[in-house]
Design a protein around this ligand. Sequence first.
Ligand SMILES: *Cc1c(COP(=O)(O)O)cnc(C)c1O
Length: 378
Amino acid sequence: MINFNVPPYIGKEKEYIEEAINNHKICGDGVFTKKCSAWLEEKTNTSKALLTTSCTHATEMAALLCNIQSGDEVIMPSYTFVSTADAFVLRGAKAVFVDIRPDTMNIDEKLIEDAITKKTKAIVPVHYAGVACEMDTIMDIAKHHNLYVIEDAAQGVMSTYKGQALGTIGDYGCYSFHETKNYSMGEGGALLIKDIANAETAEIIREKGTNRSKFFRGQIDKYTWVKAGSSYLPSELNAAYLWAQLSEADTINNDRLSSWNRYYEGFKDLAKEGYIELPFVPEECVHNAHMFYIKTRDLEERTKLIEFLKANEIGAVFHYIPLHSAPAGVKYGRFHGEDKYTTKESERLLRLPMYYGLSVEEQEKVISKVIEFYNNRG
Ligand SMILES: *Cc1c(COP(=O)(O)O)cnc(C)c1O
């Protein structure tokens, strides 16, 4: 069986986890957490990175930091994971969904301005497949209308837009280290903060509303409860697993990129003949090979292809029932404008096996089986 995903494992994870155990420090913000956040800050060139228990939680922190309130509106694509909306809906906000661009599957930046009302507080671009949204346009709109920008960069670790790391362009950026992402700690994430002035409040929210982080740095002699917060810091055991991955980030990234390029080459002819469509990466974007997808003609063809691949022991999946058509999306959101591409394109998209360590032989089997499927259909 060729799995759709295998969680990344580089080899040093067990050693580092053992080290954390031997340090007698397994709660949050120990040595490994510090190594990971320092790596993130340096690699992305952002002023502050805080490791969190998930990308969902990083987004919840961003919603708290932006003081999102009941009745506020937040603009985002409908073609995304539930967390993008959940974090804001939890604060009582309404999710305002805007259509996507069919080429990148990202929010269509040209449709955002029309969705802005007096209640709009923030724009949440999602960098689908680690390929950046049109951030210059989005930042201009945000500036003009005085809105926050919170990047859902769950899939975008190691990707850039015009040389800037994803997650560092807006006010806040949210990373995921879930087991399905390029770098993992099982469950986990990070919040990137552009303006250092917001870092202290973020640390307080993350530490149950206390100024404990300041206390640990020796800046105050006792810590206390200073505002409403929660517990968003991951255990050192998880951070130790992540550190093994981040210290080999280039190895993982290069491996994924070669797989991505091998798929792209392998499917070129099928695409040229018009059977499928391949992903598009705009010139100003450097991506991280988070996923490889193809687009079939329609839903029916995709269902048949999934079945065919499954019969050949290949795991291929689709995802994201557009949020505006989900029960909670109907309740907590609204679609602004026409759903020209969100539903239609989401029904055509199929993700192929993609993970660190996927072998050339396995990939060649996937490629040849997809080609065989289309040859049989004629
Ligand atoms: C994975 C993912 C998330 C959620 O990440 P968690 O770390 O599991 O909370 C959010 N948004 C997008 C686009 C994702 O792909």
